[in-house]
Design a protein around this ligand. Structure first.
Ligand SMILES: Nc1ncnc2c1ncn2[C@@H]1O[C@H](COP(=O)(O)OP(=O)(O)OP(=O)(O)O)[C@@H](O)[C@H]1O
Ligand SMILES: [Mg+2]
Ligand SMILES: [Zn+2]
Length: 707
């Protein structure tokens, strides 16, 4: 049929080739609006022009006349216009008497026809496409020229030109006087419409490989502005268009074009945690696995099996992936977070990054970012000036917003930007991120659990100092983590031997391209394959909502009180109420892992064992052998805080009489109250380093703060 020869294609489509002639299409749309959307039209007319979008439900239109529906998606520039002409012909009255001329929008394109941003290509240009994804940014609203009115300075004639999506074209000559040099654009006389740019990306749960995910620009016009916010899960119906990139400085047009969506329909989705589609067999398999007596060990062994050791840490990560019971609200309305945060602080080369990457593949929804910000996506959220908004403000959502309902792996947590660090406090506890900058005040949701990795303060742990004093993370932020692991790369011949064997097995397997079945029961084979474990986790998170049993609750109470009692004996309060919530969360996660809706004694035992492991590994005050959470809230063990206070007390007392105090006098008095000389001198040095004291003269100190 086609009149084309090799290498040529006839690009001009004669009107007669349209599937439905334009005028007929208009008549069909009138009929469709009257018969299928009468109520909607009447309702819209009542609030017109405050509301001015008439929405076509695509499935209804397909039912009415499938050729028309197809024509609309194939050639929206013709048929959407026909629909708008039809809407204006409808017999309706608006309360204010305004002429009824709504925008026609399209919703509810079939799910099967949805494209991923990654797969949008030339074949979709100028067609209506549905894309499901998440909004990553919005710009401030900008006025856009809609109708350009040119005025000729020679004969004052005005010429109106319509404005395309790609820009304004100046008429070459004035039709009044025939001269081309006197035309100028009159902003006052031209028509403007609000427009806003936005960006979306494919849903986080569908992205394999690393962020940044492919993005596409969205153009929202008139009443569609301000309908989206960063972090929204949306279904966008739009016309895919090309825009030539702005001219380079030399004035030559670039041959590079970028895609954008001219949005004609916005629908929001309420989903949080992506539920992976499961077959009946897979569900059966999941329930079957949950009955395995060695379930928990199998799950732990399936987390980064190529990494040797770290049993407790992997258990913590397993618990984290399931999370506590979500959406709990206390009687006073306070929302309780179910998300568990885990921090790994360790020496270089101890597989922290490797584990984070592995866990990213296991979590049904996850983003991996580096605290250094090198990965392109921000960590929390930001408002900044940007050229995509022509120098205006854009509001961008970072990983913690985009992965809402999932896990964010933050590598190099200690090297976070200061503003991210500030919002992290709020993000991890209240699970919101507030942005207040240059007139923008807004709050994002960040229902995300954080798995973070960091190095100790000096790059590596000093074995002679308690680990908790070597974290390069503010204590207030540390206290947001439910579990913290210190990974020390210690010399241990027996352990090293096992580790090297473990690593070699993996590498030999990879090099020989062996089959998995050749390696049955080897520790490097996950007992539950990653793909299935992901589905298991997704299933549990969706279907299981554990509630504490009385035994479990009593056990938590007993443990908490025992920790407090221990503190009372040594005159400190070692653990805060925050720990209770953590214990509950972890117990719930343990029950979820078993696919049990009841938190049993064994679940709270697991939470307590993990908590105790962490407390004794990190928060044990080596000087007293007592667990001391003052280390975490002040960065100092309680006994040291006491000593510092005593030393400062001595100095203050001496300063009552003297202008500056002799260090030897301080040490002498410190010894008299039972301190060791070296300890006293170290403390004075530390107080000097901290800026509490300064040395006006060698051998003398003065306190910096007024008494
Ligand atoms: N216990 C272990 N078992 C197997 N492999 C290990 C183990 N510890 C480290 N490795 C290997 O050592 C390499 C370095 O690990 P990785 O880069 O994850 O360390 P890191 O803790 O992130 O270090 P850094 O603090 O320098 O970022 C990886 O290839 C990892 O697989
Ligand atoms: Mg690393
Ligand atoms: Zn003129």
């Amino acid at each position: 049929m086609g009149f084309y020869s090799k290498g040529f294609m006839v690009a001009i489509v004669p009107q007669s080739a349209l599937p439905i002639e334009e005028g007929a299409a208009t008549r069909f749309f009138v009929e469709f609006f009257n018969e299928y959307c009468n109520e909607q039209v009447m309702d819209l007319a009542q609030s017109y022009p405050d509301r001015r979008s008439l929405i076509i439900d695509f499935s209804l239109l397909s039912k009415y006349k499938s050729e028309l529906a197809d024509a609309l998606t194939e050639k929206p520039d013709i048929y959407l216009k026909a629909a708008e002409v039809a809407a204006r012909q409808l017999d309706v009255f608006t309360p204010g008497g305004a002429e009824f001329a709504p925008h026609v929008r399209i919703n509810n394109l079939p799910y099967e026809s949805a494209y991923t941003i990654q797969n949008l290509g030339a074949e979709h240009l100028n067609k209506v496409v549905r894309v499901d994804g998440i909004v990553t940014l919005i710009t401030q609203i900008m006025p856009k020229l809609q109708l350009a009115r040119w005025i000729c300075i020679h004969c004052t004639r005005t010429i109106d030109t319509p404005v395309g999506k790609t820009g304004v074209e100046k008429p070459s000559v004035c039709p009044g006087c025939g001269r081309g040099d006197g035309l100028y654009l009159s902003e006052q006389a031209s028509g403007f419409v609000n427009m806003q740019r936005s960006q979306m990306q494919d849903p986080v749960e569908n992205i394999k490989g690393n962020i940044p995910a492919p993005q596409v620009d969205l153009w929202l016009e008139d009443d569609l502005v301000n309908t989206l916010s960063p972090g929204d899960n949306v279904i966008i119906t739009g016309i895919l268009r090309l825009r030539q990139n702005p001219q380079s400085r030399g004035g030559k047009a670039t041959p590079v074009y970028s895609k954008f969506f001219d949005v004609v329909g916005v629908e929001k989705q309420q989903k949080e945690f992506e539920e992976l589609a499961l077959t009946k067999e897979e569900e059966d398999q999941i329930v079957e696995i949950s009955r395995d007596p060695h379930l928990i060990d199998k799950v732990i062994m399936s987390i980064a099996p190529s990494i040797y050791g770290y049993h407790e840490m992997k258990e913590a990560i397993a618990i984290q992936l399931f999370g506590g019971t979500q959406f709990k609200v206390l009687p006073d309305g306070k929302k309780i977070r179910g998300d568990i945060h885990v921090l790994l602080v360790g020496d270089p080369g101890t597989a922290k990054s490797t584990i984070l990457q592995y866990v990213k593949e296991l979590a049904p929804k996850a983003i991996y970012v580096s605290g250094r910000g090198a990965s392109g996506v921000g960590l929390t959220a930001s408002a900044e000036k940007d050229e995509i908004a022509d120098g205006g403000w854009v509001l961008k959502a970072g990983a913690l917003v985009l992965a809402s309902g999932g896990v964010v792996m933050v590598d190099e947590f200690d090297k976070m930007e200061p503003n991210d660090r500030a919002s992290m406090h709020e993000a991890m506890e209240q699970q919101t991120i507030s942005v207040a900058k240059a007139g923008i005040v807004t709050t994002f949701k960040s229902k995300t659990s954080v798995l973070a990795a960091a190095n100790p303060k000096l790059g590596r742990f000093d074995p002679n100092t308690p680990p908790a004093q070597q974290f390069d993370i503010p204590p207030t932020l540390m206290s947001r983590f439910d579990l913290i692991f210190a990974i020390k790369d210690v010399l241990d011949e027996a352990k090293d031997r096992k580790l090297v064997d473990h690593v070699l097995t993996g590498h030999m397997f990879a090099a020989k391209k062996q089959k998995l079945s050749d390696l049955k029961n080897s520790p490097i084979i996950p007992p539950i394959m990653p793909d299935l474990l992901r589905k298991y986790i997704s299933y549990a998170r969706k279907n299981i909502h554990p509630v504490l049993s009385e035994e479990a609750a009593n056990r938590i109470k007993e443990y908490y009180l025992s920790l407090r009692r221990m503190g009372a004996q040594q005159n400190t309060f070692p653990v805060t109420a925050r720990e209770i919530e953590g214990l509950i969360r972890m117990s719930e996660a343990s029950a979820k892992l078993r696919l049990s809706n009841t938190v049993e004694l064994r679940d709270s035992e697991r939470a307590i064992a993990l908590t105790h492991f962490v407390l004794s590994d990190i928060f044990m005050d080596k000087e007293t052998g007592k667990i001391d959470s003052d280390i975490i809230s002040t960065g100092q063990p309680k006994s040291k805080v006491d000593k510092m206070r005593s030393v400062l007390g001595i100095i203050n007392a001496l300063e009552q009489k003297l202008d500056m105090v002799d260090i030897d006098d301080i040490v002498e008095q410190a010894i008299s109250i039972g301190m060791e000389e070296n300890a006293a001198r170290r403390l004075i040095d530390e107080l000097k380093r901290n800026g509490d004291l300064y040395e006006p003269k060698v051998g003398f100190v003065k306190s910096s703060r007024g008494r």
